[in-house]
Ligand binder design. Structure first.
Ligand SMILES: [Zn+2]
Length: 368
């Protein structure tokens, strides 16, 4: 399996189009045609991670945090990113990052946290919008199945647990070919009436070009009539954070113990009454305070995230129990999820790569 083939396969699950604008997901260091040996998974790229990759004969490192966030003016050991990139390139190690696209996918960073904390009925806390489009095309009824098949094969009408979803309405189309036309049905200069079906299909926006291309190839008309609508619907597959319910209400004191134990946080910062009962819990791995308002709106009793500032704790007063469980500690639980996905890709591609979760601690923060 090459790096490019791996990228194509994993991005079916975590499309780069679902990442934040300005994020830097994808290949950070490497050539797409490089053949992959073993694969090492970590939250961050460091020289230590590069050394571990060499020991474990891995030439692909997959991290959650991208290596490059700011443009480099030179590739030298002067900057942290430059030093790491040089080390990786010198040892033929490729680096791929899955950042906010891994935060946003159903089953990603926050869902891994939610499942460790034992939450039930888990859904996205802040679903993405703008990920869906609808294509409507008018097809002569005789060619309906051919066109629908081509669109489905290109990714149209495929969602979570369903595929081949469409809506069809029969009607009559009219047209008159001018003297330059070569109409598929009828004759030039004569008004034709023909049975057509209006075929509607929802799809994810990043599949739009592919689906329209397939539709045009399969459609028999010289000029075909179709509409594309961008939708504001909330995504069911992609969103930031997660929310769910504990099996039974527990006091804040017990929730803090569960958080420390399950997430492996040596200490947590929090605001809340120890004796208050908590049932609905919102979580967001990493710096998620930006969606505190969503957690309050959805009546969560507690919100667990990281990198919370003093004034955000002030804001939470009387609204919600707010817990900072650490950036590294709230994100690292996605690595076993990633491992499962990457192993499935390795199997599917009939590759012999081993996939490891890093043993190197890349948390830059210590507790005393
Ligand atoms: Zn992070």
């Amino acid at each position: 399996m090459t790096l490019g083939e791996f990228q194509h396969a994993i991005e079916e699950w975590i499309p780069p189009a679902t990442s934040w604008e300005g994020d830097n997901v994808g290949i950070q260091v490497g050539r797409p045609d490089a053949a992959i040996t073993n694969i090492l998974l970590a939250l961050d790229a460091t020289v230590g991670i590069g050394q571990e990759a060499r020991t474990r004969k891995a030439n692909l490192i997959i991290t959650h945090h991208p290596l490059f966030f700011h443009p480099l003016r030179s590739l030298t050991p002067k900057s942290r990113a430059g030093e790491i990139a040089l080390y990786l390139a010198e040892h033929n190690i490729n680096l791929y990052s899955a950042h906010t696209n891994l935060d946003h996918v159903d089953g990603g960073v926050s869902h891994a946290m939610a499942s460790l904390l034992g939450l039930k009925n888990v859904r996205a806390l802040s679903p993405l919008t703008g990920t869906l489009a609808k294509v409507v095309v008018f097809v002569p009824t005789s060619h309906l199945e051919t066109v629908a098949r081509a669109m489905h094969d290109a990714g149209g009408g495929k969602f979570t647990k369903y595929e081949e979803c469409s809506f069809r309405t029969d009607g009559v189309g009219t047209f008159k070919g001018t003297e330059n036309a070569k109409p598929f049905i009828g004759t030039q200069g004569v008004l034709e009436r023909t049975p057509e079906t209006k075929l509607e299909m929802l799809l994810e926006t990043w599949n739009l070009d592919r689906v329209i291309d397939a539709m045009m190839k399969a459609h028999p008309y010289e000029e075909l009539a179709y509409d594309v609508y961008r939708l504001e619907n909330k995504s069911r597959m992609f969103g930031l954070g997660a929310i769910g319910e504990l099996p039974k209400p527990i006091p804040v004191r017990d929730l803090l113990s569960v958080v420390k134990k399950k997430l492996g946080s040596p200490a947590v910062r929090f605001r809340g009454e120890m004796s208050h009962k908590v049932k609905r819990v919102a979580v967001c791995g990493g710096a998620g305070i930006g969606i505190l308002g969503e957690a309050v709106k959805q009546e969560a009793d507690a919100f667990i995230t990281a990198d919370i500032k003093y004034h955000s704790f002030q804001e939470a007063e009387g609204k919600i129990c707010l817990i900072d469980a650490g950036h590294f500690e709230t994100e690292r639980h996605v690595l076993p999820v990633l491992e499962k996905r990457v192993k499935a890709i390795v199997r599917m591609r009939k590759s012999y790569s081993d996939v490891f979760i890093s043993r190197t601690n890349t948390n830059p923060i210590s507790y005393f």
